[in-house]
Design a protein around this ligand. Structure first.
Ligand SMILES: Nc1ncnc2c1ncn2[C@@H]1O[C@H](COP(=O)(O)OP(=O)(O)OP(=O)(O)O)[C@@H](O)[C@H]1O
Ligand SMILES: [Mg+2]
Length: 250
């Protein structure tokens, strides 16, 4: 932990997270702190447990043990209603976009609003919020298209618009650039930067894309063998002499 971190507000914290599947120990005392406003990148090899960690975070998977706090609230101690409210604080960009294929872009974006708008006491009209979210990802023209009519990059943008629509304080990106060509990947990376600066959102970014990490990361954690092996800036990690660290930045 660097000196400057001690004064910053922790918005999300994972402590001693353990998750096994049978004898497969995927997360083994994993720890992470996300500070308000920062872009934190978690890198790890395929199968190292990044998606498992994210699923535990958003309550799609139950860890064996450990503590997860979001805005200082322990998510395991909350009842269903409080948990649902807390979840609206988190926008989630799933690995591979995960749009509903039978719904138009508009309907995909309306979905989280329909579920939570009343409870969150949002006054703007659904129509306005949908248009605003699409505009923020540069896709206003796609409103009435079906996901099958979109390119991979467009799908990713729509998924991002959907993740942003409830104005979350935290956004989690699981492999935001995977499967995209280098130019489209660059556009998504630029969009992630601009979301950080224009919305002040704190982001947890799971990626093994070194270019993505270089551009977006304020800090990087390497997940190796279930643990946070090392953390630091891109500069620090990419100049490390540790062989396991170097393997990521070749
Ligand atoms: N539901 C499940 N049941 C059993 N094992 C699982 C389950 N989900 C994940 N695993 C195992 O947990 C390990 C970590 O998987 P995970 O999907 O988190 O990897 P990842 O780091 O996200 O990989 P990638 O970079 O390929 O997305 C793998 O060994 C996987 O087989
Ligand atoms: Mg994954």
């Amino acid at each position: 932990m660097t000196e400057s971190n001690t004064h910053r507000e922790v918005i999300l914290e994972i402590s001693n997270l353990q998750k096994s599947f049978g004898s497969n120990k995927v997360l083994d005392n994993f720890n992470l702190r996300l500070f308000r406003g920062e872009n934190l990148v978690v890198m790890g090899k395929s199968g190292s447990g990044k998606s498992v960690m994210v699923k535990c975070l958003v309550g799609l998977m139950e860890p064996n043990s450990g503590r997860i706090t979001i805005n200082n609230k322990d998510i395991t101690s909350l009842n269903q209603e409080s948990l649902d409210i807390l979840r609206t604080e988190i926008g989630f960009l799933f690995q591979g976009s995960a749009l509903y294929d039978s719904m138009t872009v508009r309907e995909n974006l309306e979905f989280p609003l329909r579920k939570h708008k009343k409870r969150l006491q949002i006054n703007e009209t659904t129509e306005h919020l949908v248009q605003q979210a699409l505009k923020s990802v540069g896709l206003s023209s796609a409103l009435d298209l079906m996901p099958s009519e979109l390119s991979g990059g467009m799908k990713r943008r729509v998924a991002l618009a959907r993740a942003l629509i409830l104005n979350p304080s935290i956004i989690i990106y699981d492999e935001p650039t995977t499967g995209l060509d280098p130019i489209t990947a660059k556009e998504i990376i630029a969009l992630m930067k601009s979301i950080q600066s224009s919305y002040g959102t704190s982001a947890l970014i799971i990626t093994h894309d070194v270019d993505c990490a270089r551009v977006v990361a304020d800090r990087i954690i390497l997940l190796i063998k279930g643990k946070n092996y090392i953390e630091g800036s891109f500069q620090e990690l990419s100049s490390s002499t540790d062989l396991q660290v170097r393997a990521f930045f070749k």
